[in-house]
Design a binder for this molecule. Structure first.
Ligand code: SF4
Length: 397
């Protein structure tokens, strides 16, 4: 059935309310929905309806293509001067014994471990500590690029940048230019949480606020560079806070066009100060992906982090607006596992990622950080895994 036929079935449903019918007509004609319509979708729209709309947009933009990359993470430290209530990762300075603080050399050694592997990106993000300052990070980026010039450095969020620029007494424009000159190539989307102060002040009080987060991305985009954006959902926020969050992103994107990908992050409740808050259901996760796809009409991509939401939900999300499921990871990130994600040692081979996407009926594409195609895996045949050259003998205990 053609996507537009799905729409005709949906539009001819006599039980569909006039408001939801209007939104469907807008989507069908590539028109932007309003703030109030965004809230209405969260409050009233059923999963099946949202899937039809979001999948229509996803297939208009990308067809069946589903992106992933080959990447690894470096998390410099899990100690942090901040105390975000939802954070399961950070060990405050007083819990230093449970933490790690990598030196420059240790981080470069992690990069060198991948010398013979076809990874395209290193993703660097972690806690905020005074010794990791402007000088440290510019030297780190320079050293990584000197060692492996074609490894894309995607690093740090406005949470770190706001802190280190303030300490260095430099403005955002100067700071981001310094980072670019040192080898930074793009910014991940973290630290956004929920922008509205009603929520942000309760869960992430002291770190950069919404205006500062957005201003740093704006300065980065002015340099002609790209970044991503996230939203931490499914905790104490109301639906309209989510729409407010996406509205602020949509407005900045209209201005700069510098965002590539929107990544909704599911709140996980293990071992943090909000453990009594229940987690969202899978249905709510899928609704949230779909509404993000509908609302953020000026974002090219919506990503589901398979390591955070599980492999099966990542597969399902491909029918609800998602076109990217992130990367191989190689068990190099602890941010999701420490928060209680199903994947306790997140890592998938290229073959596993390709099969996961194909099994969901989609077309796997390995991309680089900027969405240039590295390999199209639709027709690709992996070599047979090497068979053991001997027969294992039974073991008797
Ligand atoms: S979320 Fe980030 S800034 Fe907040 S405490 Fe955790 S590591 Fe620190």
């Amino acid at each position: 059935m053609e996507v537009s036929e799905n729409f005709q079935v949906l539009l001819s449903n006599p039980q569909l309310s006039p408001e939801l019918k209007d939104i469907a007509e807008k989507v069908l004609h590539n028109q932007r929905i309003t703030f109030d319509e965004g809230v209405l979708l969260f409050e009233k729209a059923e999963l099946g309806y949202l899937g039809v709309l979001a999948n229509y947009i996803r297939e208009q933009k990308h067809g069946d293509k589903t992106y992933f990359n080959r990447n690894f993470h470096i998390e410099p430290t899990n100690l942090c001067v901040y105390d975000c209530k939802f954070c399961s990762y950070s060990r405050l300075i007083r819990q230093r014994s449970e933490g790690w603080e990598y030196t420059m050399q240790e981080m470069l050694d992690i990069v060198k471990r991948y010398d013979d592997q076809a990874v395209t990106e290193v993703h660097i993000v972690g806690g905020v500590l005074p010794q990791y300052d402007v000088h440290f990070y510019t030297e780190l980026f320079r050293s990584i690029k000197a060692h492996r010039p074609n490894l894309h450095v995607k690093a740090l969020t406005p949470v770190e940048y706001h802190y280190i620029f303030k300490k260095a007494k430099i403005d955002y424009a100067t700071g981001m230019k310094l980072m670019k000159d040192a080898g930074l190539e793009s910014m991940p989307g973290g630290g956004a949480e929920i922008f509205h102060p009603e929520v942000r002040d309760l869960i992430a009080k002291d770190k950069c606020n919404a205006e500062q987060w957005l201003a740093i991305h704006e300065e980065w985009h002015k340099l002609g560079m790209r970044s991503n954006a996230t939203m931490l959902y499914g905790h104490i926020e109301k639906f309209w806070h989510r729409v407010d969050h996406m509205e602020r992103l949509r407005q900045l994107q209209d201005k700069t066009g510098g965002f590539q990908t929107f990544i909704p992050l599911k709140f996980r409740n293990k071992d943090n100060q909000m453990s009594e808050v229940p987690e969202s259901t899978v249905v709510e996760d899928l609704r949230n992906f779909a509404i993000a796809r509908i609302y953020l009409d000026n974002f090219d991509h919506v990503k589901a982090y398979w390591a955070m939401i599980s492999r099966t939900t990542a597969q399902l999300s491909l029918n609800f607006g998602v076109d990217d499921i992130d990367g191989t990871l190689d068990d190099t990130t602890k941010i999701y596992s420490m928060a209680g994600a199903e994947e306790q040692h997140p890592g998938m081979s290229t073959k596993q990622l390709v099969e996961l996407i194909k099994n969901a009926g989609r077309h796997p594409i390995e991309r680089d950080t900027l969405y240039n195609i590295v390999t199209d895996y639709n027709e690709y045949q992996f070599e047979e895994e090497e068979k053991p050259k001997y027969y294992k003998l039974p073991v008797i205990n």
